[in-house]
Design a protein around this ligand. Structure first.
Ligand code: NZQ
Ligand code: ZN
Length: 380
């Protein structure tokens, strides 16, 4: 195991009806800005529950944080927050609203343009925020990451901000999700776990088993959720699984990859591919490209998750990759660039960006521009 420091301060409040707990979680005398996305919460009853729980508090609302939240929108939110002297933020939505709010939390204490904070990669200081999660996927409700886009230049970068002080997870909030978003959320969660797992063997039995537990659970619930998205127990497991997949618990002391995310973010920035959908395309292509160096872990994964127990090592690794791609397809997602009309010009642009930024990612920092091109060609 490698050395690490672990601290996760977010208080998780889980279950049906728990939005009513909201008032107890926000200190008195705070000027609260409640942030929302495009309006899904007005159709599924979440908005009413939030407003009723906040009765008597000093609140303003900020609407319109879009999917893949943009700096252009968030600058306006920061301006409003500064004018209104907001000192507590409450994000109500999916990963995009939460991520956007993490930038607002930093921007309210920053004098310059908030895009500087994103480019710097880390916020110096933030005002406190809580979340009410409506879509399981990103883990943003219990981590300090956020990913912000710039429409003007088609860029998308992650940066470190604050952990939410609390997050309320009511699984019934997910009943209204469009099935496509559920599929993208499952794929995103699956790939989060794989970014922290599918690297090297023999680093930690415990981390391996925790990661495999989440992967196994996802493969079991995915077909059942397709049959019945209103099943409380299924959606509870999905929601908690997504949180556990990216809150630091499965990455203690082990290598991490994150190349699929780096490449996926470019597909979203350049071609507006939904985040989870971008990963379902890139990840199998990445595995096909890096099969030799990841072979031992692929064999372990294939055996423990997909029951592949015999055959030559090469065949077993290949079967594990095929099973992974089949799983994404079983969710109803596409797994090839050609299916989403992305051609070689985009691949060349992504390679150019990696080279220009001198990015080298992956567990051994060897996924450079040229490797990224190879990966994307294998996604065609
Ligand atoms: O905006 P509204 O109207 O709320 O609609 C949203 C949006 O259209 C809708 N939705 C959310 N909850 C719903 C619902 N519709 C019906 N019922 C509900 N209960 O779903 C759509 C997608 O929402 P969004 O928040 O964009 O999805 P997601 O949670 O997947 O977030 C994606 C963003 O998170 C970033 C991604 O890059 C992307 O920008 N990520 C953040 C991470 C982090 N902070 O740690 C890690 C991830 O890897 C990821 O990169
Ligand atoms: Zn992700």
């Amino acid at each position: 195991m490698n050395n690490f420091i672990f601290q996760n301060p977010t208080r998780l409040i889980f279950g049906e009806g728990m939005i009513a707990q909201l008032a107890n979680e926000i200190p008195v005398d705070k000027k609260i800005m409640v942030t929302f996305g495009g309006g899904s919460v007005k159709k599924n009853g979440i908005y009413e529950q939030v407003i009723s729980a906040l009765e008597g508090k000093d609140c303003i609302e900020y609407w319109g944080i879009e999917s893949n939240p943009t700096i252009e929108t968030l600058r306006k939110a920061i301006e409003v927050g500064k004018k209104e002297k907001v000192d507590f933020l409450l994000a109500v939505g999916g990963g995009s609203v939460i991520d956007g709010t993490k930038l607002i939390a930093a921007g309210l204490l920053y004098d310059g343009d908030a895009w500087d904070i994103v480019l710097k990669g880390e916020a110096q200081e933030t005002i406190p925020m809580g979340t009410i999660l409506t879509m399981p996927a990103t883990g943003s409700e219990m981590n300090n990451g956020a990913v912000i886009s710039k429409k003007e230049s088609k860029e998308k970068y992650a940066f470190r901000s604050c952990y939410p002080t609390f997050s309320i997870l009511d699984p019934t909030a997910t009943y209204s999700l469009p099935p496509y978003q559920v599929a993208c959320g499952i794929a995103d969660t699956f790939v989060h776990v794989m970014e922290q797992y599918l690297t090297k063997t023999n680093e930690s039995r415990m981390m391996d088993r925790w990661a495999e537990g989440i992967l196994m659970m996802l493969t079991q619930i995915a077909p059942l959720i397709k049959e019945n998205q209103q099943d409380y127990d299924l959606m509870s497991e999905f929601m908690l699984g997504a949180t556990m997949g990216l809150n630091g618990f499965i990455s203690m002391g082990v290598s991490q990859d994150w190349s699929t995310h780096m490449i996926g973010h470019e597909l979203t920035a350049l071609k507006e591919v939904t985040h989870g959908a971008s990963l379902a395309i890139v990840f199998p292509g990445l595995l096909r490209t890096l099969v030799d160096k990841k072979k031992a872990k692929l064999i372990q994964y294939g055996e423990r998750i997909w029951g592949i127990t015999s055959g030559l090592p090469e065949t077993r690794a290949q079967q594990a990759i095929d099973k992974t791609e089949d799983f994404f397809r079983s969710l109803g997602l596409q797994t090839r660039l050609s299916e989403v009309n992305i051609a070689e010009d985009t691949i060349n642009e992504i390679e150019r960006r990696f080279n220009e930024r001198e990015v080298a990612c992956g567990e051994d920092k060897d996924v450079t521009g040229i490797v990224v091109k190879e990966i994307l060609l294998k996604c065609m």
